[in-house]
Write a protein that binds this ligand. Structure first.
Ligand code: UDX
Length: 439
């Protein structure tokens, strides 16, 4: 199949490279010429394990190419995927669809024959209808089908998620040619037993939001249980294990922490809330999840101040990890941003180290000092806070860290350190959802 991918952001680049790896002929298009030039020279615009080899290998094999010329990229394609950004619109939280609609029009204008247009960007219910209207208006002469094919990949595990998905969701309006094209495109996966679920187009659009909102709700639920554990003297990790072993609940996404961040959960929960309000069907659970999560991120700052004895003025706090989760350089809606803000408001000075996120974090938070590693971050600090659970932080020499600090206070916001070891190293310890804290 000949596939064109519009947008070389996270989803577009990973999907394009994976489709090429399946043996399809893929052209990736992006307006940003410096981005295209960088990718062609082997510089990936994002940090994602294995992506550079996948792109390089498939480009060398002649199955994957890049261009800034949308019209040229679209010519002769069997399917054109729209994978452009859908940021939250400033002010009202709705997804901004201007890039999607602009792409739909440009694609249609450039088409030289019948084609299937596939929206892969996360788009609110009804966007497919509008994409179809725009495309037909631009090219009434052509047979165009518009399909929704949401993406469920996780940053940091995107390639394996793409190649071994739990399911592939395809929403159509029943067009046979579109269904056949999507079956051909995903053939290598459903031969691997991945269920290919065909639904209505609006349904597919909603599935994506429902999945993310459900996972965000699950995390928020266990986060609130963590707060209750602290209040009543229980341990949230055991609560998570105890409920997660019930198959109806499941053990995943029950890790209590500083609140969810990233490019999907915050944006998609907000967009679902807006869709519900627009249709006079408020999704109250998700509205609450959004509020609770926002408050939680700042509350983590107060938790750190409390661990330091209640006064942060003139003190130095060292943060380990800044990105919203490990194995990414993505800082979007990272809990660290609200934590830093709260600490600075409380009068503290912040020092931080992150394996991949410091460049993006410096631009967002110019007031913090970046350290070259975990040990230099901790040097002379009044508290050490584990914010993001990078593997590199799991095997640190805790004794060395404690000895180098002004006050050996450890706040573990991901519960990765065994309490006994931390205390044996000389630290006082604060965890999430565990009454057994020293502060
Ligand atoms: C998510 C979805 O998993 C993916 O299917 C969707 O397509 C995009 O959004 P991603 O944002 O890459 O993927 O990260 P994910 O691993 O899901 O984590 C999201 C946030 O939730 C992170 O901040 C993470 O730290 C937090 N989280 C996750 C928890 O706090 N506890 C958990 O148990 C799981």
């Amino acid at each position: 199949m000949k596939i064109t991918m519009i947008g070389t952001g996270y989803v577009g680049l990973v999907s394009g490279a994976c489709f090429a790896d399946f043996g399809h002929d893929v052209v990736c298009v992006d307006k940003d010429s410096s981005k295209i030039a960088a990718i062609e020279s082997g510089q990936m615009p994002i940090y994602e394990p294995g992506l550079d080899q996948l792109v390089g290998g498939n480009a060398a094999a002649g199955r994957l190419s890049f261009t800034t010329d949308l019209a040229a990229g679209v010519k002769g394609a069997d399917a054109i995927f729209i994978a452009v950004g859908t940021p939250s619109r400033r002010g009202d939280g709705h997804a901004d669809l201007s890039y999607v609609y602009a792409a739909a029009r440009e694609i249609a204008e450039a088409l030289d024959g019948p084609a299937v247009i596939v929206t892969k960007s996360t788009v609110p219910v009804g966007t497919g209808d509008e994409v179809e209207r725009i495309a037909r208006e631009a090219r009434p002469d052509l047979d165009i089908a518009v399909v929704s094919n949401p993406e469920f990949l996780r940053e940091g595990a995107a390639i394996s998620d793409f190649k071994r998905p739990d399911r592939i969701v395809v929403g159509t309006t029943g067009d046979e040619r579109a269904i056949n094209a999507m079956q051909q495109i995903y053939r290598p996966l459903y031969l691997n037993q991945a269920p290919l679920l065909f639904t209505g187009r609006r349904t597919a659009e909603l599935i994506k939001y429902a999945a993310n909102a459900f996972l965000a709700t699950k995390i928020t639920f266990i986060n609130e249980m963590a707060d209750l554990c602290e209040a009543v003297g229980a341990e949230v990790q055991d609560v998570a294990r105890g409920i997660g072993l019930d198959n109806r609940i499941g053990s995943k996404f029950l890790h209590a922490g500083p609140g969810y961040g990233g490019s999907c959960f915050p944006k998609d929960t907000l967009a679902l809330v807006k869709t519900g309000q627009d249709h006079e069907t408020p999704i109250r659970i998700v509205e609450t999840v959004v509020q609770v999560n926002d408050l939680r991120k700042r509350a983590m700052g107060r938790k750190i101040v409390k661990a330091m004895g209640g006064d942060a003025r003139g003190k130095t706090v060292a943060l380990l990890g800044l990105t919203f989760k490990p194995n990414t350089d993505d800082m979007r809606d990272a809990p660290s941003i609200a934590i830093v803000q709260a600490l600075e408001d409380a009068g503290a000075k912040v020092v931080a180290y992150d394996p991949e996120g410091m460049a993006a974090a410096s631009a967002l938070m110019p007031g913090i000092t970046m350290a070259t590693d975990a040990y230099s971050a901790a040097q002379g600090a009044d508290a050490l806070v584990l914010v993001t659970e990078w593997n590199a932080f799991r095997a640190l020499d805790l004794k060395r860290l404690a000895a180098s600090m002004n006050a050996p206070v450890l706040v573990d916001l991901r519960n990765i350190y065994p309490a006994a070891e931390v205390r044996a190293a000389g630290f006082s310890l604060t965890r999430i959802g565990d009454k057994a804290v020293d502060a």
